[in-house]
Design a protein around this ligand. Structure first.
Ligand code: 5AD
Ligand code: SF4
Length: 491
């Protein structure tokens, strides 16, 4: 139970047990309301700042939150000192992500004392956890507002309450979730855009908190997704990334139509947007029709992020991933056959409860067999409320760190080798801007999401160009801009 003073007026607390339930009711598609009259123009002359932690879903949620705030006339700032509202959009996936946020909340106390009218809010996945909300109530009374991942569309009302009341406003629904359409968005640039296709996750991998913080799998209607993408194409966007916790489950929740992720990709393929990516996929639901559609290429890029988590069938079983090493490798073989130049990337966890040296060695051997171009690697972190948190976390931290370092060494070697194959080849690059390290250098990405640096005129920013690769490094490629290409580029 949460403790603290009586917040009953503006208080709906999270409940992870409730969030775990999955009922049979149809998903409600709601439309975002107009900003209530009393909140229209409330932000005139005021500034907001959003700090985003975690995955792309959070990055895109922050774009929605920014859209709502801008409809209330707030303008963005990147400075804590100038902000009238600071929102921390948080991530709960590992303990160190949470520690960072708590450290930051603590450090903002001085600013709040200096500027008592500042509204300090916490949203995102951490706000869905009882333990987090109760810790904020007990130790961080300078927080004004907490809202959950299902409550974003309620922000105008919640902010109204926070501005009017001296008490902390907490609204975290632990429901399975709806789909809210027509939410305003402020996208980061005019070049690349995120597009939600589904929300939530029903996979319940034993280590993962996401099915509890993000609700059940629910897909946006195809016409809503396709209309949003057509609109982005009309606005000149060059690349979209379809987003979902488990995009391969897209459409499985529709009761009146049969329309799955492969069908969606086949329709997106016909829209005039140069590049289409998607993230993140689950090997279990990756069906043959989808592979067939991806093999048609065109704007569907030859890059698939396919989280494996472990190379050991025994560990995969304990993780409840619902595939084993052999089935994963079969899928990889199918993908490589259908799309010979496919680039595969992955997520891997080391040090899952009970993981032995032999089981870890199986992960290394799988990595060598698949030859991933890149991977995100993590040390297992127990999350309260998940089944794995009840297993004995018996791999010593030293061993976990050693395994992580070894895995990264192997991955880096493979990346370097794969990148060096591109030396001397011409690749298509979408130019994103000046390189972070050197403004004379431009940087952009290949279809396979590899970072390329090259010298070129500034007017190329935002354009699709060709670059001849001269030098491959572990994470980046260096090249030379080619104005004319005689043969078709490779990646
Ligand atoms: N500990 C470590 N890594 C985790 N991930 C998810 N939950 C945990 C956890 N409890 C990793 C998985 C997932 C990625 C987004 O984060 O590899 O694919
Ligand atoms: Fe977490 Fe597994 Fe769902 Fe991915 S598929 S969000 S790892 S439960």
């Amino acid at each position: 139970m949460l403790s603290g003073k009586d917040y009953s007026k503006y208080f709906t607390a999270p409940d992870l047990k409730e969030a775990k339930k999955r009922g049979k009711e149809d998903i409600q598609v709601l439309q975002f309301d107009q900003i209530p009259e009393e909140m229209q123009g409330v932000g005139a002359g005021k500034k907001y700042m959003i700090e985003t932690y975690g995955c792309q879903m959070n990055v895109h949620d922050s774009e929605t939150i920014a859209g709502i705030l801008e409809q209330m006339a707030y303008t963005r700032t990147e400075s804590h000192q100038d902000a009238d509202i600071i929102l921390l959009n948080t991530c709960a996936i590992r303990e160190n992500a949470e520690d960072k946020v708590f450290g930051h909340i603590g450090s903002l106390k001085a600013l709040k004392t200096e500027k008592p009218n500042l509204v300090l809010g916490v949203c995102g996945c951490m706000s869905q956890e009882e333990s987090v909300v109760s810790r904020i109530l007990q130790k961080h009374q300078h927080v004004d507002l907490i809202f959950g991942t299902h409550n974003i569309h309620r922000l105008p009302h919640l902010l109204f309450n926070a501005l009017m009341s001296k008490e902390m406003v907490v609204e975290v629904w632990s429901k399975e979730g709806d789909v809210v359409e027509n939410m305003p968005k402020v996208r980061a640039d005019g070049l690349r855009a995120w597009v939600n296709i589904m929300y939530g996750c029903d996979k319940f991998c034993t280590y993962c908190i996401v099915p509890y913080t993000r609700g059940k799998e629910r897909s946006r209607r195809p016409e809503d997704v396709l209309n949003e993408i057509r609109d982005l194409a009309r606005q000149g966007y060059q690349e979209i990334t379809l987003l979902g916790q488990n995009v391969n489950a897209y459409g499985k929740d529709f009761s009146n139509i049969t329309y799955l992720f492969g069908d969606l990709m086949d329709d997106v393929r016909k829209i005039g947007i140069p590049r289409v990516r998607f993230t993140t996929s689950h090997p279990r639901d990756f069906d043959d029709h989808l592979i067939e559609v991806l093999a048609k290429k065109g704007n569907l890029v030859e890059h698939i992020h396919l989280p494996v988590q472990s190379g050991s069938s025994e560990v995969l079983k304990l993780m409840a991933r619902k595939y084993d090493r052999e089935r994963y490798l079969e899928l990889v073989a199918k993908l490589k056959k259908a799309i010979p130049d496919v680039v595969l990337t992955t997520d891997i966890i080391v040090g899952f409860p009970g993981e032995t040296d032999e089981q870890f060695a199986e992960t290394l051997s799988l990595v060598k067999e698949v030859e991933y171009d890149m991977a995100f690697t993590f040390i297992y972190s127990p999350r309260d409320g998940t089944p794995a948190a009840k297993m004995q976390d018996d791999v010593p931290m030293e061993v976990k760190k050693r395994r992580l370092a070894k895995l990264n060494d192997v991955l880096n070697e493979i990346s370097k080798k794969k990148n060096s194959i591109l030396q001397g080849q011409v690749v298509e690059v979408l130019v994103e801007g000046e390189s972070k390290k050197n403004p004379d250098v431009l940087s952009g990405r290949t279809r396979t999401n590899k970072l390329v640096n090259f010298v070129g005129p500034k007017h190329l920013i935002g354009k699709m160009v060709y670059v001849s690769i001269e030098k491959a490094q572990t994470w980046t490629l260096k090249g030379k801009w080619v104005e004319e290409v005689s043969k078709s580029p490779v990646a």
